[in-house]
Design a protein around this ligand. Sequence first.
Ligand SMILES: Nc1ncnc2c1ncn2[C@@H]1O[C@H](COP(=O)(O)OP(=O)(O)OP(=O)(O)O)[C@@H](O)[C@H]1O
Ligand SMILES: [Mg+2]
Length: 411
Amino acid sequence: LAVQKFGRRLKNISYRIQERSADVFAALQEILSSVKIVHGFATYEKENERFKRINRESVKAVLKAGRLNSIYTPVMELLGAMGVAAVFWYGGYRVINGHMTIGDLMAFIGYIGIITTPVRRMGSNLGNIQQAMAAAHRIFSVLDIEPSIKDKEDAIEIKDIKGLIEFDNVWFKYPDDDEYILKGVSFKIMPGQVFAIVGPSGAGKTTIIDLIMRFYDPQKGSVKIDGYDVRDLSMRSFRQHLGFVPQDVILFNATISENISYAKANATTEDIIWAAKISNAHEFIDKMEKGYDTILGERGVRFSGGERQRISIARAVIKNPKIFLLDEATSNLDASSESQFQEALKKVLKGRTTIIVAHRLSTIIFADKILYLENGKIVEEGTHNELMNKKNGKYRMLFELQTKENIFASL
Ligand SMILES: Nc1ncnc2c1ncn2[C@@H]1O[C@H](COP(=O)(O)OP(=O)(O)OP(=O)(O)O)[C@@H](O)[C@H]1O
Ligand SMILES: [Mg+2]
């Protein structure tokens, strides 16, 4: 009986370890897949703390089980040996008496073997978990390495910004590549203007957004905000003013409130609801049983693409940023999500300099300027009407193609 009780306790603990290490890996996976969000919203310390906390809890669980295990193993071995001896003795006695066949006895001993194997394996599982933890630790220390993009020593702390964005003959290639991805891109967006970037997949649209966020630095030319080269600004200070909605909508395994207020530590409930309303997310959140306390499933699978995107937009606008960068998700939205998204966009854009990377051209017809990017170069630019007036223009062809697709889709 004591063994049973002890075993149950060990099982509980071993289960807890598995749970905790699952926590560690979930957190790790979240952080690794959301490096852009963590850096973009400058919440690095917050993530580091969160991970350390989860990891600490997990280590505690492992240590506790380890202690228990070191008592458990010798006791168990001894009891086991005694048990086997007893079984042989009593079994032999019954076989001799004719109450039991030799086959029954062998089967019984076989069963004991089957039971002891998982018990033994539990011990080696502890070792595996510890190894995995060490690996997790190593991965995390990689994140701790000094980033190649960092503030200058005399970086300028920028308080308020107007929202002027300028690309001046920007040439950029990714660190390990030979070929330039952006080849002399220049444009200037006045405060409050809405620019759209369109073009084929791989043209370099997301790369442009990444350069504004300063995830990378260009090899030639410069990216400027309010006339300052972003390399001269303190990253934390200028990213404060950027509302960033990445192409892959990344939501955390936490409540909707926590996801929306992610970048604003002191956000009030009013702030959160305000951001959700602007993003057209309030209505569907409010309808849910637990409302803003609803926890998003692993990687937010319980929501539709459109809903997740609107939560992601709310997270970007809660800080009321002067500059809004939206990399539209490629996933197809249904007609109602699409119009909800349109509405949200109209409200969000007011009073902000905006860049929208658009895949559905219907979302950006109203833009002050549309840049058509192909193979790292701007090949057409103008308003929707100007670009539609170009015979054999690329934008016009793409627009007509999408309109046709829409007609087919609605048939
Ligand atoms: N981190 C990276 N390292 C190396 N190459 C990259 C990286 N990210 C993108 N690229 C390459 O740079 C080019 C431009 O990519 P980018 O993501 O900017 O395209 P895009 O216009 O946003 O495409 P899409 O419409 O599919 O989102 C592509 O050829 C891509 O393979
Ligand atoms: Mg992209």
